[in-house]
Design a protein around this ligand. Sequence first.
Ligand code: BDR
Ligand code: CA
Length: 301
Amino acid sequence: MIAEPYYLDCDTGVDDAFALAVLAGHPGVTIAGIGTVSGNTGAGQAARNTLDVLALAGRTDVPVAVGAHHPLDGAFTGGAEVVHGGNGIGGVELPTATRMAEGRPAVDLLLDLARRHPGELRILAIGPLTNLALALRQEPELAGLIRDVTIMGGAVRVPGNVTDRAEANIAWDPEAAAVVLGAAWPVTLVPLDVTLQHRITEADQTALAAAGTPLRAALAAMLTTYLDFYEPLLGVREVPLHDALAAAIATGDLVPAEAPLLGLRVTDDGQLVEDPAVPARTRVVLTVTGDAVPVIRTLLR
Ligand code: BDR
Ligand code: CA
């Protein structure tokens, strides 16, 4: 299998950590670089979490750059402690990796990678879209250099998770989302419509904990806070792994089933509204073929 170059943009995050684990162990993926953004936690803490998870995965070769702390318009509001714990990864204290983040911002890393891999670099964005929007503003040619962009975000035909209609990654920086969805690059959007349909269970947590590697043990430990948050909402002790599902779509391990091209307008409060006046060029994954959970389990092995 030929490994393809990916740039990951994340706000690590419990489900981001699972996405990172999917990419880090994937034979078809070269993680060319990672940028962080404020979302679940601050961009600096997200970089710390990313470096520590990478170290547990034995990946000390991946450049990690801290990205935007604040959204394009306004200020970071402090993250999602109730969902992801105070440190973003369920309150789990990972061994601190010796490696530090790059001395340059995430936008510079992304632009550098795009120029080094023209037409080949694939982007997976699983946090607010601030870094991508800033990069597009700084380099108008960026969209033409990128092979494709997969985004976990939005609630298109289902209720949102931060308001009735808005999902976190879009709502935390709607201006950036509008820039990114309006750019001339192929975008696959992986919204709550599909991620909420596939949930891992406490039995998966137990199996991960028993798998006997530090990375899997850490992922299992992170799930406790996440399960605690979702249990009263779902009525069962299960969780959607939004970002890991998006990662598996980006790598081709999960195949979209119902995935119309839609024109999406971003409202000021972070809703994605289907609008016939907007060119229909965002591929929106509403369902995938088969059950995603066994696929994600296999990718985490
Ligand atoms: C998205 O928001 C974050 O809390 C998760 O990491 C995921 O990227 C789900 O709405
Ligand atoms: Ca995320």
